[in-house]
Write a protein that binds this ligand. Structure first.
Ligand SMILES: [Zn+2]
Ligand SMILES: [Zn+2]
Length: 214
């Protein structure tokens, strides 16, 4: 399933921003955030460049604005995972307001009219413009598909978020790596249960033997 391409970009950007700029666990490993301003500026600039394909050095204020945005976006994914539609919707509404989202139909480069997810402020800071884009895309997805297309990875030691674009909405993991980690964990759990019950059977038959003979 696909949302339209602008919505796709916006919600994928939101998920990616959460995954890169909020602390927690990432595919089995702790993911702390850097503490030093230098490290934080670098990480935020790198995230913006990876997600939007453009980016340059970032001031500490811009960087902190990106971390704040990521943490607020995370609330939306957590609300979705907890099936709390009121919290998800009110958080998105607050984001739309705070980031002055002002979607506009635009036409350029021979394309048909399409929605631009911009901020009202012409000179919006970098995080504000990105925030307006992410909030608008999330609003469209939640408004038309509810919460079932957003989630938090269900693998052990992972809390990265995802957008579910699978046809039947069957996604549970952030990545192929978490899917296979979880398969291995499930296999081990089955094997150890089998081993445990095998032992019990053996123990029992050993205990039963004398009485069986007697
Ligand atoms: Zn355009
Ligand atoms: Zn994961």
């Amino acid at each position: 399933m696909n949302f339209d391409s602008y919505t796709d970009q916006g919600v994928e950007a939101a998920a990616e921003l959460v995954n890169q700029l909020t602390p927690g666990f990432d595919r089995g490993k702790p993911r702390p955030l850097p503490f030093e301003p230098d490290g934080r500026e670098q990480l935020a600039a790198q995230a913006e460049a990876e997600i939007w394909g453009v980016g340059s050095e970032m001031s500490v204020q811009d960087a902190e604005a990106f971390f704040a945005l990521a943490s607020r976006l995370r609330t939306v994914f957590e609300a979705a995972a907890a099936d709390d539609s009121d919290l998800a919707a009110t958080t998105v509404n607050t984001l739309l307001q705070d980031y002055h989202a002002a979607p506009q139909l635009a036409r350029h480069d021979g394309e048909t009219w399409h929605l631009h997810f911009q901020s009202q402020e012409k000179e919006a800071g970098r995080a504000r413009a990105r925030g307006a884009t992410c909030a608008t895309a999330l609003a469209i997805v939640i408004g038309s598909h509810g919460l079932r297309r957003m989630g938090i990875c269900q693998a052990e030691r992972c809390d990265r978020v995802y957008i579910d674009t699978s046809r039947n909405g069957s996604r549970h993991f952030c990545s192929a790596s978490c899917l296979s980690r979880q398969k291995v964990a499930a296999f081990r759990a089955r094997r150890s249960r089998a081993a445990l019950s095998g032992l019990t059977v053996a123990d029992q038959s050993a205990r039963d033997l004398p009485s069986g003979r007697g």
